[in-house]
Design a protein around this ligand. Structure first.
Ligand code: ZN
Length: 549
């Protein structure tokens, strides 16, 4: 016995060491709100960027405005910028040459440590970082990160960037963690050849042409994730429309590559249907001040706030395919609906750590089903979500390791959506469910949050303890199995196995075509329920909405 215990202890020790060894010091620097980050809070990014299209290099400056919410005792400032990009010069605005000369920077891989910052103010400090280099080129955008240097069908340069996974520090110096969004938004000045257009997030606030170069300055007034701040350069034309929405007139612009104006115009059909569906289910579009923009992109798509990358080639479905296999996914433009859904889930509500990204992708994928429901009815939306189950792998839990910038598995999309369908099924009150989603936007919008806060909120709002469900579906990869035995067509025995010991789930058992009996199924305990349904009919109705094996 003693021997066995020792062996177990040894095995556990090896397992935890292996887990530890999986991550490097660089992963921790990148993924943790560490000592070089937590003493300063970003209030604004002002970026100027000039790509050199022939050389595939970029240069520019980033001015970071920040304040000091915590006591500052001379800790170094951590600025992230990935190799091979480099910072050429730092300047603390409003400081004397003498004070500037004390500032030093030291590179540690993808991090710059800035020391010698003294006499900082509580608010409104500005550090200007000049940067340049030849950033990593994305091999398979948007799934890997980096610059995209392409040409359009008419041979005009078409340049952009996608960096959700790699991080914004792949091209500009920043605090590359989701937990600190610039409270007052960001601006970006894009310098490009006069014949092209530089498109950025939000609204165009300034534009000039000088010596054959176009300078376009864009700005968002709202907080924004680092990876959402991007530029697009190409031969663009704007298709503008106005949407009469919940907060008044919403300015919409679709920046299409020249020649695609008619297709972009036709795409407004799905855009307006999407806005109508999502404002109904989630509340007003979050960025009336910054407008709604879609920008045709040389890659499939990305949720860039107020400048969504659109690369679905004006097709229905996901490049013509239906991810649910039910047919419902082929009737609308997946990229318009999915990426716009992120304006509520991911951009307005953002998580502190990418480990919790199921909040971004699960709710957004579920929003596709709500879009389907609004067009084709509730059961179509449900079928769409259930159809997506064939994409779930269940290899790893949906929540990844914290503090190391670890990307969670693709299950956060389809399994995340099915978890939400299950929550809706259990709440069994659509008005309450909808009101909950709208209240979530109000509670968590414009700040960053953790999954556990979302989980707690859902429990409190619904008045139902969903914690065993979250623990099961988010933190393990085990899917509970529901065993059913129908006895003499009058009663059914139900039992849940393959789950956590404390697992329990509210189960609405169909007992006739119109009635159900609500029971709580606890791990491994069998329960008998009387039914008035034929076996085949009961089997049709059972599990609907529940992701149980
Ligand atoms: Zn997404």
């Amino acid at each position: 016995m003693q021997h066995k215990k020792l062996l177990l202890l040894f095995t556990l020790l090896i397992a935890s060491l292996q887990n530890f060894a999986q991550y490097s010091h660089a992963d921790t620097l990148r993924g943790t709100n560490g000592m070089g980050r937590r003493w300063w809070n970003i209030t604004k990014y002002d970026i100027v960027v000039e790509p050199n299209i022939a050389e595939q290099t970029i240069s520019g400056t980033v001015t970071i405005t920040f304040n000091l919410p915590a006591d500052y005792n001379g800790q170094p400032m951590q600025i992230d910028l990935q190799e091979p990009m480099h910072i050429d010069k730092i300047r603390l605005k409003g400081f004397s040459e003498r004070e500037q000369s004390d500032i030093t920077m030291q590179r540690e891989g993808n991090v710059y440590w800035i020391n010698g910052l003294r006499n900082l103010n509580y608010i409104g400090n500005q550090i200007e970082l000049q940067f340049s280099g030849k950033p990593i080129i994305a091999k398979n955008a948007p799934w890997d990160g980096g610059l995209i240097w392409k040409t359009d069908e008419n041979d005009y340069a078409w340049v952009s960037v996608a960096c959700q996974q790699k991080g914004a520090s792949v091209w500009y110096p920043c605090k590359d963690i989701q937990s600190d969004e610039p409270d007052s938004g960001a601006s970006m000045t894009i310098i490009c050849p006069e014949a092209l257009q530089g498109i950025g997030n939000g609204r165009l606030v300034n534009s000039k042409i000088e010596k054959g170069k176009r300078y376009n300055t864009w700005a968002v007034k709202n907080p924004i994730n680092n990876y959402n701040l991007v530029f697009y350069i190409g031969k663009y034309l704007p298709i503008k429309k106005t949407y009469d929405g919940k907060n008044g007139k919403l300015d919409c612009t679709f920046w299409a590559i020249e020649g695609n104006e008619k297709k972009a115009d036709a795409a407004y059909d799905d855009i307006f249907k999407m806005l109508q569906a999502f404002e109904k289910w989630f509340g007003a579009y979050p960025w009336y001040t910054d407008g709604y923009q879609l920008v045709e992109s040389p890659h499939l798509g990305m949720e860039h706030q107020s400048a969504i990358a659109y690369g679905n080639k004006y097709k229905k479905g996901y490049l013509g395919r239906d991810l649910s296999g039910t047919g419902w996914g082929k009737k609308w433009d997946y990229i318009i609906v999915h990426e716009s859904g992120h304006e509520w889930w991911g951009n307005h509500i953002s998580t502190n750590d990418i480990a919790d990204m199921w909040v971004h992708e699960g709710f957004t994928t579920f929003s596709e089903a709500l879009f389907v429901e609004e067009q084709f009815g509730k059961s179509a939306g449900e079928d769409y979500t259930i159809g997506m189950r064939s994409n779930i792998m269940n290899n790893d839990p949906m929540i990844a390791d914290y503090g190391v910038n670890k990307e969670p598995p693709g299950d956060i999309y389809y399994k995340g959506a099915n978890l939400l369908l299950m929550i809706r099924t259990i709440i069994n009150n659509d008005d309450k469910f909808k009101a909950m989603l709208i209240q979530m936007q109000k509670t968590f919008g414009n700040r960053t949050c953790n999954s556990i806060e979302i989980e707690t909120f859902i429990c409190q709002y619904a008045g139902i303890n969903f914690m065993p469900l979250f623990q099961q579906y988010l933190y393990t990869n085990q899917i509970p199995v529901l065993h059913t035995t129908i006895k003499s067509e009058e009663s059914v025995t139900l039992q849940i196995t393959n789950c956590n010991d404390n697992f329990e789930i509210i189960y609405h058992v169909p007992i006739s075509d119109t009635e159900f009996k609500t029971i709580t199924l606890k791990a491994n305990q069998a329960q008998e329920v009387n039914i008035k349904l034929k076996k085949s009919r009961w089997e049709q109705l059972q599990k609907k909405g529940y992701y149980l094996f």
